[in-house]
Write a protein that binds this ligand. Structure first.
Ligand code: NAP
Length: 254
């Protein structure tokens, strides 16, 4: 999308303080979007992201909101509406791995933690986004991008079936929403990153694990958060006007 087309547009990005979310926030800001983003607890990272948006000449609103809590998500969307008065794109990016855990140690509290953040959190966010965007409810339409993972189709890393299954749910959610929300003027797609260099991998060995797995990727390297952000910003823009219900891998062939 050109700078002229995207000026004045507003996006909400969940989990925008660090990693892939921050890269998406900054990519959109550089393309002329104002951005509201959420974070869980890292105030310093959130402030840094907001400052970088403002440096790019756009407005930023950082909101502490746990996506696993529906009342927090409602507050996030109402604060954004209050400040910006419109919503053109929503990227449901916040997510957790939930550490490694064998299926022999499956436990309700652990599973609920992962599914509350990754799956229910996305449901809460797309629901609020749809309410603000729907052309049948007075909105101007818009775009939703859900952050899935190649784990949804590979089963993920060893002892991380909980994470893979939560991302499988994101794929199904995306396909269902594409059917339900098209008549409301809302395009819905998912991006499925492969191995991307962020702090999320601290859950299973950090940089050491990335270095060990890089040669198993057909392109023989891990990806960067910017390489995912570029695809998300493309999906948010008018160049992607006929892409709907797609699950787009950004994985170096993995
Ligand atoms: P990350 O570096 O760990 O960053 C996670 C972001 O999400 C942070 O901004 C964090 O906020 C926020 N967050 C975490 N839990 C939250 C919650 N309950 N409510 C609100 N915000 C929350 O992760 P990442 O690698 O950028 O991953 C982003 C997304 O991409 C996730 O959905 C992940 O599953 C997906 N993904 C990542 C990879 C990869 O290789 N990195 C691959 C496939 C898919 P704080 O800063 O406050 O903690």
């Amino acid at each position: 999308m050109s700078d002229i087309e995207s000026k004045g547009r507003v996006a909400i990005v969940t989990g925008g303080s660090r990693g892939i979310g921050r890269a998406i926030v900054l990519m959109l800001a550089r393309e002329g979007w104002d951005v509201c983003f959420s974070y869980l607890s890292n105030v310093n990272a959130a402030n840094e992201t907001a400052a970088l948006v403002e440096k790019a000449g756009r407005k930023a609103l950082a909101v502490q909101a746990d996506v696993a809590k529906q009342q927090d998500v409602r507050r996030l969307f109402s604060q954004s509406q209050k400040m910006f008065g419109r919503l053109d794109a929503m990227v449901s990016n916040a997510g957790v791995v939930g550490g490694t855990r064998s299926i022999f140690d499956a436990d309700a509290e652990h599973l609920r933690g992962v599914f509350d953040a990754n799956v229910l959190g996305s449901f809460y966010c797309v629901s609020e986004a749809a309410k603000q965007m729907s052309t049948q409810r007075g909105g101007r339409g818009g775009v939703i991008v859900n952050m899935s993972s190649v784990a949804a189709r590979t089963g993920g890393m060893m002892n991380e079936a909980h994470y893979a299954a939560s991302k499988g749910a994101i794929d199904s959610l995306t396909l269902g929403l594409a059917r339900e929300l098209a008549p409301h003027g809302i395009r819905v797609n998912a991006v499925r990153p492969g191995l991307i260099d962020t702090e999320i991998h601290e859950a299973h060995g950090g940089q050491e694990t990335l270095a060990r797995l890089a040669p198993t990727v057909p392109m023989a390297r891990v990806g960067s958060a910017d390489e995912v952000a570029r695809v998300v910003s493309f999906l948010c823009g008018s160049q992607a006007s006929y892409i709907h219900g797609a699950l787009l891998d950004v994985s170096g062939g993995r």
